[in-house]
Ligand binder design. Structure first.
Ligand code: PEP
Ligand code: MN
Length: 384
């Protein structure tokens, strides 16, 4: 999986970081440091739960759109020091430029993370890697905002080549154009493939940015643990309703403590490795099935819109050449993916049948929409 130009990555497991980190590693704290009082109250609340070793807070916030709270900047470095003094938790913040790195190193921040909007930019990553050359500080690299494994690997490689060995990845989901129940689609196959490419790499999950809302945090966190990820990074705020960023996904310290207590931390069971592996693979299959169903739902919505558009504009419904193009493309892709032509024909046939049902407003389902019927519809080439 690692690109052919790269040598294997050398990274250390948590046990060799010299920080007495436990696995799963639990990191908690507000999306943004907002004020000294907010930072300290949140940290004390988290410390009281006893459920986090590391306190996170963003000082420089990379906002997708301008005009939103962009962080307090370096004044909050003092607040992180006080968190460490008063709670004993290690501290961590996001860096995106070499100036951020310098400020954090001077202030004695314990760990750094690289955000999802920085990871995809090799120039930014190289700047950070150069700033960290010869500096021994743990670095956590979030996945790029777009689903591209090579960019994630590339960023990890740049840090590793700069000598960063206490290196970990954070899975925070991917921005996706389709409607999904999540703020960022989990696409679990990405951390799984990353782990396959670099087996010793510690990979955490950030359920907060995947879920985008409090109600989905528990399910995502459990899924991450079930897949054997190395820990969790979660957003916790002393008063989520007033948070200046990511208010909907932050938990109070007490709710965070309850959520962590409700999770099942499966011991890696050396006595039953087969069963663990089977469960892990089944979880992955369940997740992929959910994602396939969501994508099919989106596809049908779009097909329905095409139907409406054609009706409104009195465009011919029959466009056989369009369907031929679709099938040619699918069969070519299937060839690359090792899927049989027979399977792809059958699958696309069923998809097409359902699209037509939606486009024509035909309520008939099941036996009515027989393969025979679909053969006809396929040759009709209705736009799907
Ligand atoms: C964050 O952790 O608050 C953050 C900005 O995350 P991401 O880079 O994953 O969006
Ligand atoms: Mn956030």
């Amino acid at each position: 999986m690692a690109s052919s130009t790269s040598r294997p990555l050398r990274t250390l497991p948590f046990g060799a970081w010299g920080l007495q980190l436990e696995r799963p590693l639990l990191i908690a704290g507000p999306c943004s440091a907002e004020s000294e009082a907010q930072v300290l109250a949140t940290a004390q609340g988290i410390a009281a739960t006893g459920k986090a070793q590391v306190f996170r807070a963003g000082l420089w916030k990379p906002r997708t759109r301008p005009g939103q709270f962009e962080g307090t900047g370096p004044i909050a470095l003092e607040w992180l020091k006080r968190v460490k003094e008063s709670t004993g938790m290690l501290t961590m913040t996001e860096v995106a430029t070499s100036d951020h790195v310098d400020a954090c190193l001077k202030a004695g921040v314990d760990m750094l993370w690289v955000g999802a909007r920085t990871t995809p930019n090799p120039f930014s990553i190289q700047e950070l890697a150069d700033a960290l050359r010869g500096v021994d500080i743990p670095v956590f690299v979030k996945n790029p905002i777009n689903p591209d494994l090579q960019l994630w690997l590339g960023a990890l490689e740049r840090f590793e080549r700069a000598g960063v060995r206490r290196l970990a990845a954070v899975h925070r989901g991917f921005s996706w154009f389709e409607r999904t129940p999540y703020r960022n689609s989990p696409m679990w196959e990405f951390p799984v493939r990353l782990k396959a490419a670099i087996p010793e790499l510690e990979i955490l999950c950030d359920p907060s940015h995947i879920a985008g809302s409090r109600d989905k945090l528990g399910g995502i966190a459990q899924q991450a643990l079930d897949l054997g990820l190395s820990g969790l990074m979660m957003e916790v705020h002393t008063d989520p309703a007033t948070a200046l960023s990511d208010a909907e996904q932050q938990l109070t310290p007490a709710a965070y403590g309850e959520l962590i207590s409700s999770l099942i931390f499966r011991q890696a069971a050396p006595t039953a490795p087969m069963r663990d592996r089977l469960e892990e693979l089944r979880d992955l299959i369940d997740q992929l099935d959910d994602e396939i169903a969501q994508k099919l739902g989106t596809r049908m919505d779009i097909a329905e819109r095409i139907g409406d558009h054609k009706r409104d504009h009195q465009v011919a419904i029959l466009q056989p050449e369009r369907w031929e193009r679709v099938m040619r493309k699918q069969l070519k892709l299937a060839g690359h993916l090792g899927l049989s032509a027979a399977f792809v024909n059958e699958f696309m046939d069923a998809v097409h049948r359902e699209s037509i049902r939606r486009q024509t407003g035909d309520g008939h389902e099941g036996p009515h929409a027989s393969t025979e019927g679909s053969q006809r519809s396929l040759s009709n080439g209705l736009d799907s």
